[in-house]
Design a protein around this ligand. Structure first.
Ligand code: NAD
Length: 319
């Protein structure tokens, strides 16, 4: 990885991946892009930023050529909850956008990281210790696009030897950028509301278990996989990865250790509850651990402590 392009770089993961990659590979070697206009604070941070709509292949081509890109972190996507509200847009962005990126990667011999999701699993998938290889019959348009994306990645690897790699991310928890409309967003919103108002009304039921991961681990997973020795990779798209599995009640209990008068209430949103119920309780990520040494640094306890400390500073609330 000498010259890296990130698509969808202004989203929850991209906005932190930019800094992570620039520290590791050099400010001038990481080109960030998004369909959204660049915010003032991103401009102030410096570094190269280009406008790319992934549905416009020419826009991707010109940036790949201009900067002689060899690796693409393709993060532009429409997530689960937004996708259910606009399935046509989810299909267009998640499939046509990925197809454009893979075609360009084939021509210019770029490596491609494109994250998949726990959303590739559905109601008929084993819920506990969900295996690396198992039934993938999702019931959401987002899940459908992610399964297709995994298969496309595998196809471009086996047919054209494009170096495609991916992980199935669980819900990502972070304090820098708000999540972009997924079913696991409650696990971020709860921290903001706990600090600001000492109460939170959760849209998922209290005993809904889901896999989660703190952002530093998500960044580590993406970059470790891309840096891994290709001869050790038995899978391409995509590796199960997880760090922790908990339900809203357990997260609220952990937050109460730092904010004792915090209260959680529940008003279940049927659409997001149905999506969450169709996803696994906990993934088995043995393959990632064995093939490229995956191991998370944070669990529920350490993640909660760090989130509250960092978010308090961000929101400038002391005590
Ligand atoms: P996000 O919704 O926060 O950000 C996506 C970005 O893509 C946005 O900045 C948006 O402006 C951009 N985008 C949308 N359409 C575009 C287009 N046509 N061209 C260019 N950019 C476009 O998403 P995220 O949470 O950062 O997720 C990044 C990737 O990780 C996605 O593939 C997502 O499916 C996957 N993932 C995320 C999570 C999570 O919890 N955040 C979990 C599993 C998988």
């Amino acid at each position: 990885m000498k010259r890296i392009l990130i698509t969808g770089a202004l989203g929850q993961i991209g906005s932190e991946l930019i800094t992570f990659l620039r520290k590791r590979y050099g400010q001038e070697n990481v080109i960030a892009s998004d369909i959204k206009p660049i915010p003032e604070e991103t401009i102030k941070q410096g570094g190269i930023f280009e406008h790319i709509d992934c549905l416009d292949a020419q826009e991707i081509y010109s940036v790949i050529k201009k900067y002689r890109i060899d690796t693409i972190f393709h993060l532009a996507a429409v997530l689960s909850a937004i996708g259910e509200k606009n399935p046509q847009l989810a299909w267009k962005v998640n499939i046509n956008g990925l197809y454009n990126v893979l075609e360009i990667a084939r021509e210019y011999k770029c490596a491609v990281f494109s994250p998949s999701s726990i959303a590739v699993f559905g109601p008929s998938t084993p819920k506990d210790n969900t295996p690396q290889e198992t039934i993938q019959r999702p019931s959401t348009i987002y899940g459908l696009t992610k399964v297709t994306g995994e298969l496309l990645g595998d196809y471009y690897y086996s047919k054209y030897r494009v170096d495609t790699r991916g992980v199935r991310f669980p819900g990502i928890i972070s304090y820098a950028t708000l999540p972009g409309g997924g079913t696991t967003d409650y696990a971020v919103e709860i921290f903001y509301q706990a600090i600001k108002n000492k109460k939170y009304t959760c849209f998922l039921d209290k005993d809904t278990y889901l896999d989660m991961m703190y952002m530093p681990d998500a960044l580590k997973a993406a970059v470790s996989l891309m840096e891994a020795d290709p001869s050790r990779l038995k899978h391409r798209n995509a590796y199960n990865v997880t760090a922790e599995s908990f339900n809203p009640e357990q997260l609220a209990r952990e937050i109460k250790k730092y904010i004792p008068d915090f209260e959680i209430y529940y008003t279940v949103d049927p659409m997001r509850q149905e999506i969450a119920d169709s996803w696994p309780n906990r993934l088995d990520d043995t393959a990632a651990r064995e093939d490229w040494g995956w191991s998370p640094d944070y669990d529920l306890k350490t993640m909660t402590k760090d989130m509250i400390e960092k978010l308090k500073v961000k929101l400038q609330i002391s005590g």
